[in-house]
Design a protein around this ligand. Structure first.
Ligand SMILES: [Zn+2]
Length: 313
């Protein structure tokens, strides 16, 4: 009986010490340290429906290789489930990048149409498709960053992830590259021979604006700059401008790190309590901490459309 008590007490002490040390790490200011950032790319490319898929894939991989960076790819199975599609994914793994899970069908987990059972089976389906890829890692990036609109779905899926050895695939910096990509393709179609500099500048300004916004949130919540993970997609705009994106962050003094190193930041082990769950981990934690006037990240029509319209892009 005594032994039981003393074991329990020492376990309690250890648990409390662990909690204390984790909290300390979270709030430890990184004085004089540069901001650090890792690159992540969602969705993957579909060579069946996109004839330039292979070209875009090569451009992105070449830019990463020239800059000596390691990134992480989160393919959605439905886009890459063909011999040609899977071979594009394999190129990432062979080049030393991580490949992880973005579910097969890219369902919105905050939609009432998507059930927990369905979402779990869709995640398993993508794992089956990709688990033998070089670079495969058990990390989950939620489609649209939507992590469930009810407690039952949110926590049910979190329990499944933990039980199956999945680690966080969260982002700290959410951006609207998908929207800029849409506009870029439309602009390109109308200006096939024009210098793309005005578009490049607008896009870089957008990414810089988003990065500094989320970094400021990190400072407000934790009094330090967390190790950032930026959300990008395997799209034409990044095939065109990735070298410029990398050069811009470096010119501002930010340091590139691998996704593996970024995910060591204790922030990614936190499970935010809000509902609906999801978005950037920093956004979710800012909301949980009661920060006011948070810009809702997905409203590109409100924020980005007027900017690009004004520039005639
Ligand atoms: Zn996606």
């Amino acid at each position: 009986m005594n032994r039981f008590f003393s074991d329990t007490r020492s376990n309690d002490f250890c648990n409390q010490l662990l909690l204390f040390l984790t909290a300390l790490l979270l709030y430890l200011p990184s004085i004089g340290q540069a901001q650090s950032i890792a690159l992540s790319f969602d969705d993957g490319l579909d060579p069946i429906n996109q004839p330039t898929a292979s070209l875009w894939n090569s451009s992105i991989l070449e830019a990463l290789s020239n800059a000596q960076l390691k990134a992480i790819l989160f393919p959605a199975g439905k886009r890459v489930d063909s011999p040609a599609g899977l071979s594009l994914v394999r190129e990432w793994g062979k080049a030393g990048h991580a490949v992880a899970n973005h579910t097969y069908s890219h369902f919105n987990f905050c939609s009432e149409k998507t059930t927990l059972v369905q979402f779990i089976s869709d995640t398993k389906r993508n794992e089956e498709l990709l688990k033998d890829m070089p670079g495969w890692e058990k990390r989950l990036r939620f489609p649209y960053l939507k992590e469930g609109e009810t407690l039952k779905k949110r926590d049910g899926f979190r329990s499944w992830l933990t039980a199956h050895g999945y680690k966080s695939g969260a982002v700290s910096i959410d951006a609207s590259d998908w929207y800029y990509n849409k506009r870029y393709l439309a602009w390109r179609a109308n200006h096939p021979n024009d210098d793309p500099s005005p578009f490049r500048i607008a896009y870089l300004n957008h990414l810089w604006d988003r990065a500094t916004y989320y970094d400021a949130l990190s400072e407000r919540i934790y009094n330090r700059s967390v190790k950032h993970v930026l959300l990008l997609h395997t799209k034409a705009i990044n095939a065109a401008f990735l070298p410029d994106i990398i050069a811009m962050f470096r010119s501002k003094g930010w340091v590139f790190i691998s996704p593996e190193e970024a995910y060591e930041d204790p922030i990614y082990a936190i499970m935010p309590t809000g509902l609906p769950a999801g978005e950037s981990i920093l956004w979710a934690l800012a909301k949980q901490n009661g920060l006011k006037n948070l810009r809702y990240p997905a409203e590109s029509d409100v924020y980005e459309k007027p900017l690009l319209d004004k520039l005639g892009l």
